[in-house]
Ligand binder design. Sequence first.
Ligand code: PLP
Ligand code: COI
Length: 355
Amino acid sequence: MPVDKIETNIETIKKYFDMNNIDWKSLPFGYYKTDCNVRCYYRNGKWGELEYTDSEEITMHMAATCLHYGQEAFEGMKAFRGVDGKIRLFRPYENAKRLIRSAEGVMMAPVPEELFVKACIEVVKRNERFVPPAGSGASLYLRPLLIGTGAQVGVKPANEYLFVVFAGPVGPYFKEGFKPVQIQIVEDADRAAPLGTGTLKVGGNYAASLRSGQRAHDEGFSNVLYLDAKEKKYIDEAGAANFFGIKNNTYCTPKSTSILPSITNMSLRQLAEDMGMKVEQRQIPVEELSTFEEVAACGTAAVVSPIGKIVDRGTGKVYDYGTEAGPVCTKLYKQLKGIQEGEVEDIHNWNLIVE
Ligand code: PLP
Ligand code: COI
């Protein structure tokens, strides 16, 4: 047998050997090399064809606008293997729409919805062996990324862009899983300005959150709870997740011009309504924290992460919600996971089955 054939066979055997070796239950939320990522280039005013590669690298011009002026945006979404063996992508058209908004917000060429969804489907199909089994608590995380690759030295948008989607199996974002986490209110840092880019999923917001995020971890907290940047009066974003509180059969979540419109939060609002709860999206004064029966962070990575304790770093005030997840958070979590994993009827048609 020719040497290259032997090598291909060894690669194939290694792949399946690896697959059997993944310990799905103890996967962290992190990068995992898989078989294939998808790329698409925008040149001369139009998007090209999808390209498939196993390379983990991108080469680009050193004056690319993503490197200098933060012309970049990304998405985060998950695919789940259901109890019926089918693979479901959760609300990919919402991520597609949000990436278009982010692109327009920092003057990048938007990725058409259909191109976005096709790239996501292809990346899932080509990495099928990395979609964790149902009930493992893990999922396949997709990371669509859009960057300005054209060279500019003046502060101007690029004329070339690269859209990439890679994927890898992940476990829970917070090491606590569905156990309540402790978070810290900070008054001396903002992740986004009221009329800035907070509603977009662009890298600059995350760069702005790194220092306070790291400090919170060093001080023993899982996450930061930001206040509104202007008045420091209202609850804003919960790190890389939205915040919600529950009281009197009401789901309350902040209305703000500096938080990311979370697709998970949008889904939970619908589920809360389906369960007969009232839903309020409004400014939430920080003092109101003491009136909630349950509080949580929500997002694709965070799913529903109940919050056990909030400590205000500035005033020292502590808000305690106990060491167990509350009944409403538990119900919302189970309903959302149930839909994503095909155990609960998907009455809103949120899942896209990957076939
Ligand atoms: N807020 C921020 C800053 C985020 O990074 C994320 C994650 O995507 C979310 C909220 C939650 O959004 P989604 O539920 O669409 O993942
Ligand atoms: C997500 O929930 O998908 C996120 O993007 C959060 C974070 C890992 C950036």
